[in-house]
Each structure stands twice: as C-alpha cells, then as structure tokens.
Design a protein around this ligand. Structure first.
Ligand code: 13P
Ligand code: SF4
Length: 313
C-alpha cells in the first residue's frame, strides 16, 4: 500500500469509528496529514480536554498521551507506538521531587509536562514551553515566594527564570532534551553566515548561549504563529527545533523559505509513530497494548496540577 492509500484508509476508519487523532508538530509529516488537530503540548492538552470522541489516538510521545488520558479518564487514549517516549522525563523521579521538597518545604513545585505522571502528581502546577515563565511568575506570586522548584528541563527552567525574574531551582541541574541541547553557538553563527536575511527561531529547550543569539525563542506553536503572522518581506526563517515543525510550515506557507539550523534536530522518539502503526491502531482500537492508562490514584493527583496549568494559561 502506498502512503496515500494508507492515509485514505485512515480517513475512512476514523469516520467509521468516530476516532479523533491529535498529533504533535514533531510527528512524521504523513502522520500530521491525517490528524484532526495539530499543536504544541499546551494546545494538544487543551484539545484533549475538549474532545468528545470515545477514542483518541495521540500521535506524540508517551507523556503527552498520558496527559490526554489523565484529562479524559472515561475515554480510550491510544498511542500508535507505545515505545515513543521522551528521554527527558527520566531525569526526574517522584522520589527525587520528594527529596527536593524536603530540602525546600515552602517552595512551589513546577513540573514541565515532559515528565511522568507520578512526577506530575507530586507537583503544585504543570507548565509547557509556551507558558513556563508565566506559570512560574503566577505560582510564586500566589504562594508568596521568590523561588520555585522546577524540573526536569534545566534549560527551560533557566529561560523561565530569565523572563520571570523568579529563581528556578532545577530538579535536577542536568535535565535536558538531547535534541535541542546539542544545538551550538557555532550552528547559529554558521546558519546566519549562509542565510543573513533569515530570522533565527529557537525552542526554549536550547541552551542559554544559543537562545541569546536567536531572534525569537518560543514553543512550537509560538514559532508557527510567528511565521504565519510575518510580513511578505520577512519571509525567510532558520528553524531551531525538531524538523517536523519545519515540514509542517513548509507545507502551510509555500511562499516562505525555511532552513533547518542543523540536521541534528531530529527526535527519533517522536518518529516512532509511523503512518502504518497509526492505521494499525485504528484497526485495533480495543487492543490494550496501545491504550495509555495511568493508575487512578496517580491520575487523580496529577489531574490537579494539569488543570491548574490550563486555568492559569
Ligand atoms: P512544545 O511544547 O513546544 O510543543 O514542545 C514539546 C517538546 O517536546 C519540545 O521538545
Ligand atoms: Fe523529548 Fe526532546 Fe523529543 Fe521533545 S524533542 S519529545 S523534549 S526528546
């Protein structure tokens, strides 16, 4: 079967089973093409909260599908490849969060959604890359503190601290995304020398030196909107995030020009959800192997900080 035939079959099965497919911008482009909704982590959490379908296929990494499942405990949330996971989440365990809390008992705990459900369950509020600084500012002001505990991404924590002026104690200091943190100053200097008219857009998971050399720092949806709203003359962009977003924008904005800052910007975990597996899961909606379920007592505790984030955003 060609990719096009698989996509047609997916559309037919979706209609027949009334299934909603949510996909992150880092998914393979052919998976993005069959999605009912595309977005960044925050946008997809909101959409997951609003969808009425009994079955939701979440094309993203495990923590995103888990968040959708926590928000929809009465529905079936499935992931095309259960091995699609974000290695950043492994930097922080619930046990480590409890140890940080014992050391800093008065500080609010802000947990990036790229984390396990039991880590979320230990937090006061969750955040994504699009709202981290706002959440840090609001929760510290609400709890009357000048610092927060923040994990697991130390680069996003550093960015939130820079923007909000509130100290973010990193849980742990070395938490990072292997895709974004390998972008270097040299990569940015190199791309600027080749495309001097290109606006450089990077993700807040990049290291501080890289962020400071960029023209814009934002989540995937914020980058998408920046490109969408750019003027006709400002139409060239150097993209400092996972390749899938650039592929999406190249399709949606054919009159704009895109360059990927480095070929290293590929998240192999996100790419584990193939178009073939997406069709397979639609044909096996009741196979427990694909269902993402969080133990009810953890889900109950993790729901609060996720809902608080949605309320504050
Ligand atoms: P966004 O919140 O920008 O979609 O990012 C998620 C992610 O995994 C970044 O690496
Ligand atoms: Fe995780 Fe980085 Fe992949 Fe995002 S790009 S899912 S943070 S490994």
């Amino acid at each position: 079967m060609s990719v096009k035939q698989i996509q047609e079959e997916i559309h037919r099965l979706k209609k027949q089973t009334e299934t909603t497919i949510l996909a992150h911008y880092y998914q393979p482009i052919e998976v993005q093409e069959v999605a009912d909704h595309l977005g960044d982590s925050l946008g997809l959490s909101r959409l997951a909260n609003e969808t009425n379908s009994e079955y939701i296929i979440f094309a993203g990494v495990d923590f995103m599908a888990e968040t959708a499942s926590i928000l929809n405990q009465d529905k079936h949330v499935l992931i095309p490849n259960p091995e699609s996971c974000c290695p950043m989440a492994a930097y922080l365990t619930a046990e480590k969060v409890r140890a940080f809390k014992r050391q800093h008992p008065n500080l609010p705990v802000v947990v990036y959604v790229n984390s396990t459900a039991d880590v979320k369950a230990e937090s006061d509020i969750c955040c994504t890359s699009s709202n981290a600084a706002k959440i840090v500012k609001e929760i510290s002001s609400f709890m009357g503190t000048e610092a927060v505990l923040f994990g697991p991404d130390a680069n996003l924590g550093d960015y939130a601290e820079q923007i909000s002026g509130i100290k973010c104690i990193k849980m742990p200091a070395e938490g990072n995304c292997y895709v974004h943190s390998q972008l270097t100053i040299e990569d940015l200097e190199n791309i600027r020398s080749i495309y001097p008219n290109g606006q450089v857009l990077v993700h807040p998971e990049c290291i501080r030196d890289v962020r400071e050399l960029a023209d814009f720092v934002g989540s995937t949806a914020q980058m998408y909107n920046r490109v969408k709203n750019s003027s006709i003359v400002d139409n060239e962009f150097c993209i400092g995030t996972e390749k899938g977003l650039m592929e999406r924008m190249a399709q949606d904005f054919p009159n704009k020009v895109f360059h990927l800052i480095s070929e290293k910007l590929l998240c192999s975990n996100m790419k584990k959800n193939t178009i073939e597996l997406t069709k397979y899961v639609l044909e096996h909606l009741d196979d427990p192997m694909f269902e993402v379920k969080v133990p009810p007592e953890i889900a109950k505790k993790a729901l609060e900080p996720i809902e608080k984030m949605l309320e504050y955003s």
